[in-house]
Write a protein that binds this ligand. Structure first.
Ligand code: C2E
Ligand code: CA
Ligand code: CA
Ligand code: CA
Length: 278
């Protein structure tokens, strides 16, 4: 038994080393990625269910590595959060999204709000001042910026979060609650939070047709949002059946592969140009 224990320990220690060196490697390459400009923002359209037109975009980060190609955010955002690198990365995202949105407006395209995802670590008391600076530098009116925060972030430190969100809202931007339904917001909190929209998590949307519980939850969230005077948006819409369900049940906006995958800014520009002609 003793021998087995030691072997197990060696095995475990070896595994730990591998984890640690992978993590270090990851941190080193993330830091380098910032210096070398290896990040890119993709934009996914948000479509109005009232008229089928583009009424917004969500900026989603991509990491284009020289050796491994494109790394999806789920593979590096958690590391970046743990290492505190999410703050400089998040700043880059905010600057880039605001500058891009301003460029679209300057090109004479119909103005839309662009949404940026925020990590919990970014939501501290310095954020409103930073956002104010970025808006000023990019000459973008605050109304064209939206911030997406996840449900659990909102709930974690409710008092502080309310204060920060209030300061952000005073700038004039929009705030939406992302991944709604997967966390644990209480209704009373939701009412107190200065938010503009709820985003129904894609796991519920995915199962609309095959699972009556998911369908019921989606309907309930739409009603709840409207009772609280919030816009409701569904993400992860992949087929016509889901689209029709959301339309029939009064959802306001949809986002998903059916309407458009996340795409480079150049491609999104073309979508906006087509929209102008339509
Ligand atoms: P999220 O904010 O919930 O973003 C939605 C994710 O669903 C995106 O994955 C998007 O590409 C994907 N998606 C869009 N339409 C569909 C669809 O029809 N079907 C399916 N199955 N998926 C769809 P992505 O781009 O890989 O991003 C994953 C997560 O990474 C995001 O989830 C967000 O939490 C995080 N993230 C992305 N960009 C940023 C960023 O700039 N900053 C921070 N802090 N987090 C980010
Ligand atoms: Ca999001
Ligand atoms: Ca989401
Ligand atoms: Ca998510």
């Amino acid at each position: 038994a003793k021998e087995l224990g030691r072997n197990n320990f060696q095995y475990f220690a070896g595994w730990m080393d591998a984890q640690v060196s992978n993590r270090l490697e990851m941190l080193v390459s993330l830091r380098r990625a910032l210096d070398r400009d290896e990040f890119k923002l993709y934009y996914q359209p948000k479509i109005s269910l009232a008229n089928g037109r583009i009424i917004g975009a969500e900026a989603l980060i991509r990491w284009i590595t020289p050796d491994q190609g494109m790394v999806p955010p789920d593979r590096f955002i958690p590391f970046a959060e743990e290492a505190g690198l999410i703050v400089p990365i998040g700043e880059w995202v905010l600057r880039t999204a605001c500058a891009q949105n301003k460029a679209w407006q300057d090109a004479g395209l119909a103005p839309i709000p662009v949404a940026v995802n925020l990590s919990p670590r970014q939501l501290d008391q310095n954020l409103p001042e930073f956002v104010r600076q970025v808006l000023a530098e990019s000459c973008l009116a605050a109304a064209w910026l939206e911030l997406e925060i996840t449900e659990n972030v909102v709930m974690k430190d409710a008092e502080k979060t309310v204060a920060t969100l209030n300061a952000l809202k005073r700038l004039g931007l929009q705030v939406s609650v992302d991944d709604f339904g997967t966390g644990y917001s209480s209704l009373s909190y939701l009412r107190r939070f200065p938010v503009d929209a709820l985003k129904i998590d894609k796991s519920f949307v995915r199962d609309i047709a095959r699972d009556t519980d998911s369908a019921a939850i989606v309907k309930a969230v739409i009603s709840l949002g409207h009772i609280l005077n919030l816009r409701v948006i569904a993400e992860g819409v992949e087929d016509q059946e889901q689209y029709n369900f959301l339309l029939e049940n009064g959802c306001d906006e949809v986002q998903g592969y059916l309407l458009g995958k996340p795409m480079p800014a150049e491609d999104f520009t073309r979508r906006l140009e087509l929209e102008k002609k339509a």
